[in-house]
Write a protein that binds this ligand. Structure first.
Ligand code: DOR
Ligand code: ZN
Ligand code: ZN
Length: 399
């Protein structure tokens, strides 16, 4: 198919290492079909669907299903993330080998959102993952420091009477697992880095020659805990929005390559899970359809990152971290391409009801953001163009 690319920016298709698609189990908030549409509209050609579904993705029955359903929809490659343990927060390692060898070819394992594995389980998981050539993605939360916590521990939370989530809850696990990865000779990936201290720890770990990679979310790059003032639970997320100085350190770390990539942590929730009191609301926010615009706003516009850099943090680096050989690299002549075409001069106003996600929990409602995905191409077929997903592949996914 042909794309008119005059005055546009052409990048390799985006790869999201961290997406919650809620299928199986919570199809009232997102499905593989609706999430795939959101991903295609956001410029993605591959997403990694997190394991905290119902049932949990801790067997190849679930992970193979997620992969197959994604292929059936056909808008984006939906790579299943397997759970590290049997059940989230389990005490026993899951059959990672079976999931890795299954049709879904699981390459990343995580117990995202429920990471209470003790250091011994983590050590064994890293060794097992190393032997399989797969990656452990670490949610980086010490649960004994976050019990009851709902917002970043700092002056804003204190003033509003919200229980605080300390930076050390994240940083202590990052440090611990850097050392466990060193001892195991394994790779570890840090999910949603949120503090300036985590940046320093990742920098130190890399300088030691330990195999660590890290991602940052668009919301931790743009937003901070001054947003708490409204008590609007749309701003509740794990890890929490930190202080402006953390966001600034994260932007610099992404530009400098200390943090390797952007990952959305796209986390749809039902309206009733977000409209209640702040403390009772579910954590998480939408991210797939707004990620590029937030990167342009926070890094490209201020001159911290050029378009070549965007290709690295949105496509090449995440593809390399996940071990995808068909994404995020230069395309040979005649080869079907995964591409994202961007209109760098466009601007648009976010309206939750106009997003493809079933859920509406975007923190960017009514904000006008720069740049827009003009088209996305998966293996030579257009999956989204001018804000509309094509029906060419799926035959059924419409807007
Ligand atoms: O905010 C979050 N939401 N953080 C997580 O770690 C899990 C996610 C979810 O599943 O909603
Ligand atoms: Zn997480
Ligand atoms: Zn997550």
């Amino acid at each position: 198919e042909v794309l008119e690319a005059d005055g546009r920016i052409l990048l390799p298709g985006f790869v999201d290492l961290h997406t919650h698609l809620r299928e199986p189990g919570r199809e009232d908030t997102e499905t593989i079909e609706s999430g795939s549409a959101a991903a295609a509209l956001g410029g993605y050609t591959a997403v990694f669907a997190m394991a905290n579904t119902y049932p949990v993705a801790d067997t190849s029955v679930v992970t193979d299903h997620v992969w197959r359903r994604g292929q059936e929809v056909g808008l984006v490659d939906v790579h299943p993330v397997g759970a590290v343990t049997v059940g989230l927060a389990g005490k026993q390692l899951a059959e990672m080998g079976t999931m890795a060898a299954g049709e879904g070819r699981v390459r990343i394992f995580s117990d995202d959102g429920h990471c209470v594995y003790d250091p011994l389980i983590m050590r064994r998981a890293l060794e097992y993952a190393k032997s399989l050539g797969v990656l452990i993605a670490q949610h980086a939360e010490e649960p004994r420091l976050t019990q009851g916590a709902v917002a970043h521990e700092g002056p804003n939370a204190a003033r509003l009477g919200l229980a605080g989530w300390p930076r050390a809850a994240e940083e202590s696990i990052v440090a611990r697992d850097a050392l466990l990865a060193r001892d195991a000779g394994a790779r570890v990936h840090i999910c949603h880095a949120s503090t300036a201290g985590t940046v320093e720890l990742v920098k130190w770990t890399k300088a030691q020659g330990i195999s660590i990679t890290a991602e940052v979310t668009p919301h931790h790059l743009l937003l901070d805990d001054s947003r708490l003032e409204t008590y609007d639970a749309v701003n509740k997320v794990n890890p929490p929005l930190r202080e402006a100085s953390d966001a600034q350190a994260l932007r610099k770390a992404l530009a400098d390559g200390v943090i390797d990539c952007v990952a959305t942590d796209h986390a749809p929730h039902a309206e009733q899970e977000k409209c209640c009191e702040f403390a009772a609301a579910r954590p998480g926010m939408l991210g797939l359809e707004t990620a590029l615009s937030i990167i342009v706003e926070t890094l490209v516009a201020p001159g911290l990152l050029d378009w070549r850099g965007v290709a690295k943090v949105m496509s090449e680096n995440p593809a390399r971290i996940a071990g995808l050989d068909d994404q995020g690299r230069p395309i040979a002549v005649g080869e079907p391409a995964n591409l994202t075409l961007i209109d760098p001069d466009a601007s648009w106003t976010v309206r939750a009801r106009e997003l493809a996600s079933i859920s509406d929990n975007t923190p960017y409602e009514a904000m006008t953001l720069p740049a827009k995905v003009a088209a996305t191409m998966l293996r030579g077929r257009i999956t989204a163009r001018d804000g509309v997903v094509t029906t060419a592949l799926a035959g059924r996914v419409g807007q």
